[in-house]
Design a protein around this ligand. Structure first.
Ligand code: ATP
Length: 236
């Protein structure tokens, strides 16, 4: 079995003094896609923010490649290979596709290399390289966000609601790319409210409800029944 690249152990976190994560245990191995599912306000985004160092935990430990990374600033975690693609796509709408990619040269990689890699993976971006990112379709914007993230050569990729506002066919296409990224050895943690698309490729799933993981395991048919009961707010 491959190494645990990312591990959250007993993670607690709060917003404005109110605890919203009550001890999260979650691990993602190299090459794995782990889906973190749950209804609105369950704490999914907060979990990703803790993993990226953007939100400080109030308890528990964050481990990166088995090493304690709790409290590490987000810049250090990014340099160590953690990449968060936030909800809402994380692209600069007024800049062209090319300029959005060019900004990633801060990583030390050459613009040509970043562009070539991005266009090879997402040919649609290549044909629209001079177009303002804000005029791309939602799916293409998400491709650009992924391409920008991949330019950092991440070991751990954190994706927040990749499917937000997109048609099912577009989402399915994006998740094929996510599966390919994982096959190349990246540990991928995906947050989604609606599970259908991600569960086709997830190796492991966890259901978060009101800041607690209520179920985790292999996403087999039993999960679908569990999900509907959690989302409908059945007794816990
Ligand atoms: P969603 O799908 O709505 O984004 P989520 O599962 O990602 O939900 P979080 O965004 O992590 O959930 O929010 C968890 C809890 O923390 C919610 O009760 C939310 O209202 C609260 N919360 C999140 N961000 C803040 C903030 N900046 N200030 C105060 N409370 C917050």
């Amino acid at each position: 079995m491959t190494a645990r690249l990312l591990e959250l152990s007993g993670i607690r976190a709060a917003h404005g003094g109110i605890t919203v994560l009550h001890g999260i245990d979650l691990a993602v191995r190299a090459g794995q896609v782990v889906a973190l599912l749950g209804p609105n306000g369950a704490g999914k985004t907060t979990t990703l923010k803790v993993a990226a160092g953007v939100h400080p935990p109030t308890g528990g430990r964050l481990l990166l490649g088995g090493r304690d990374a709790t409290g590490m600033p987000p810049g250090d975690l990014a340099r160590a290979g953690v990449c968060l693609i936030p909800e809402g796509r994380g692209v600069f709408p007024n800049l062209s596709v090319r300029d959005n990619l060019q900004m990633m040269t801060f990583t030390g990689r050459a613009r040509e290399e970043i562009e070539e890699t991005a266009y090879a993976r997402f040919p649609a971006l290549g044909t629209r390289r001079a177009q303002a990112a804000g005029t791309l379709s939602g799916g293409e914007q998400q491709m650009l966000a992924l391409a920008r993230g991949l330019a950092t050569d991440p070991a751990v990729l954190l994706l927040d609601e990749l499917s937000m506002g997109l048609a099912p066919l577009v989402v399915a296409g994006l998740y094929e790319h996510v599966a390919e990224i994982a096959r190349q050895g990246v540990a991928v943690l995906v947050v989604e409210q609606f599970a259908t698309a991600v569960l086709k490729l997830a190796d492991h799933a966890a259901v978060l409800v009101r800041g607690r993981i209520r179920w985790q395991g292999h996403p087999d048919s039993s999960l679908h029944a569990e999900l509907s009961s959690y989302y409908l707010g059945s007794p816990t």
